[in-house]
Design a protein. Sequence first.
Length: 574
Amino acid sequence: MTQPAPKPRSHTLIDGANRAGARAMLRASGLGDEDFAKPLIGVANTWIEIGPCNYHLRELAEHVKAGIRAAGGTPLEFNTVSISDGITMGTEGMRTSLVSREVIADSIELVSRGNLFDALIVLVGCDKTIPGGVMALARLNIPGLILYGGSIAPGHFEGHAVTIQDVYEAIGKHARGGITDAQLKSLETAACPGAGACGGQFTANTMALVCEFLGIAPMGLSSVPATNAAKGNAGYRAGEMVMDLLRRDITPSKIITKSAIENAIAGVAATGGSTNSVLHLLAIASEAKIPLSIDDFDRISSRVPILADLKPGGRFVATDLYAAGGTALVAKRMLEGKLLYGECLTVTGRTLAQEAAAAKESEKQEVVRKLDSPLKPTGGLVILKGNIAPEGCVIKVAGHNLQTFSGPARVFNDEEAAFAAVEDRSIKAGDVVVIRYEGPKGGPGMREMLQVTAALVGAGLGDSVALLTDGRFSGATHGFMAGHVAPEAANGGPIAAINDGDSIAFDIPKRTLNVKLTDAEIQRRLSTWKAPQPRFTSGVMAKYALLVSSASLGAITAVPKSFSTAAQTVSRTS
């Protein structure tokens, strides 16, 4: 017989005569004596009606709650926010996306602390809900796990599979007269056939893989596609699993270790994953109080081959990976090459190596390569530094073979101006497009530049133009594109000193990004630089701009050092 699950926190909320008021309120919500006798399990749902990534999570939550009840817990579902990058891309609304990561983490933390949950399961879908959920679990450090809603199925257009990436690139083709209005409309209506997160190894699927390689999401359950018939059972099993974590008191700090984070970075590198993983893993490590630097990504990526042939640089989408053998197959290949720490614990109760050993490779699959025939000998992420980016920047090398690039700068102080230049055909082959004042503070919110990068590809300039920005890129971005340039322009970083026509040089083998100016000239220009007026002076955006750190630190919102020092002083004297 299963032992009753413990109530290490919720007993304070609902047990005893003095808690009759709390129980009375909860009875009005449908709970009764049997529910009060069991542990309270938070079900944090990032459901939202706006966009496909999280649209189906209400239904999935019902399966999760059924699993929790069957395993002896009382599930209490609550909601938090979500911003769809694919919908807001190229607008002012995109400034809110990265900000939402902090709001998601904060809101999950608040509801969980306020209601003294004994354990927590977080249902996630689109890009920022995933790291936001992990950050909350790391802060709370109560038994819990992440369950990913799964990927969307590919659409079909003119005889081939398509994703949202194809739509954004078609916008650029359309602007150049490459496709008709009717073709663009037809692609638009076909690209996203139902619920689920964007189909390539874009940010959502990258971060879902990160969670599985971290061990904080159950391998094999999270990656079941959104509309697959097995997803409901995956939710039920995840509900049972969170109860097992509670009984065994397995908390996130026992799972999210330095080795687990290095496994996650290696997984991103091996699958040509999104550059946003750098920001999010730095933030997760910070919440877990694990030392991690931007240089660790380059160190790990340089020893890991690209094994998965996934969009945006490759041929296949997440549903193809699932059919081929899933993330467990990727892990199995990597463990064969001694590229992962197999002893790391996961929320299933098994090690990463044990999870990978259960992988079932489908016959004649082409998605995951053998170790002796990788797509590339080294991973998809490279960190560049130089006089433009002293703190570093990130470039994804999956999907192209360029090693160096140099050309004259075309400088724009926001994304809209750069996009207009692409549309009016003033960007020429050989140019280096510089988009600044789009960083964490300057944006604020560090917008993704997919509208610009996709338009360049659609215009036939994807291999002949480079781009650098203190903003971010979508996971769907491909080409010679460097993002997260730090320090950002709004903080007086050297990117603020670049003028039109300055010669900029990328060198992948040397890991450098430089403008051909002397240090003295850069300092001379910066000496007359003035910080721009903030775009927001009140509300959440202003608060974010005030508290956000550099992209090289994960763009986390941090308590100011002056406050922390004052708090320590009060603590010592009280």
